[in-house]
Design a protein around this ligand. Structure first.
Ligand SMILES: [Fe+2]
Length: 186
């Protein structure tokens, strides 16, 4: 598998691309409005963008998911609970996307937003267990996301601390965290 982090320096937003060399397919997670970096990376990797996934309905950035999917013919995927008015394949906790030896297992973690999903990354030739999680706006390095963006902020906090984080903490310590916001974000 290959794994790339694409960062928009101005805001500290991080996007991830994961692909399988064997099948020549890849996936983009939480693309920003400017889709050129993803097209360039796919070309560099000689890979076809097969899936475009948004982790949640973003309030702090403009998603480029729809235009990237339209441009590339990729399948657009969003959480089953996302309130959207356009067509997309829906993802729920436990679903798994496969691209050759790459597995992307959906981990639903309500709190920041009720629909928030994250992806556990599995490199099957390496092992059956996930080695990383794309945590989007769920868990940052040393912090958790704000839970007040959904209607009823208190219930967001309740879900985060009583459901999502306890399940997250059950994951093995070796699972690496790749959040949607890095240093420099506002
Ligand atoms: Fe967010």
């Amino acid at each position: 598998m290959w794994f790339e982090t694409l960062i928009r320096e101005e805001t500290g937003c991080a996007t991830y691309m994961i692909g399988c060399q064997r099948t020549g397919d890849c996936m983009v997670f939480d693309p920003l409005w400017d889709i050129q970096p993803y097209l360039k990376m796919a070309k560099k990797k000689k890979s076809k963008i097969k899936y475009v996934i948004d982790s949640h309905s973003h309030a702090d950035q403009i998603s480029g998911a729809r235009r990237l999917a339209e441009e590339t013919g990729a399948e657009l995927m969003l959480p089953e609970l996302a309130e959207i008015s356009y067509e997309a394949t829906r993802l729920k906790g436990g679903d798994e996307i496969r691209m050759g030896g790459v597995g992307l297992r959906v981990f639903h973690a309500p709190g920041h937003r009720p629909e928030q999903i994250n992806l556990l990354v599995i490199d099957y030739p390496r092992g059956e267990e996930p080695w990383a999680m794309l945590t989007a706006d769920f868990v940052m390095v040393g912090d958790v996301a704000r839970p007040d963006l959904a209607q009823g902020g208190e219930s967001g906090a309740d879900q985060l601390f009583n459901d999502s984080i306890p399940r997250f903490l059950e994951l093995p310590d070796h699972v690496e965290v790749y959040p949607g916001h890095l240093a420099g974000s506002t």
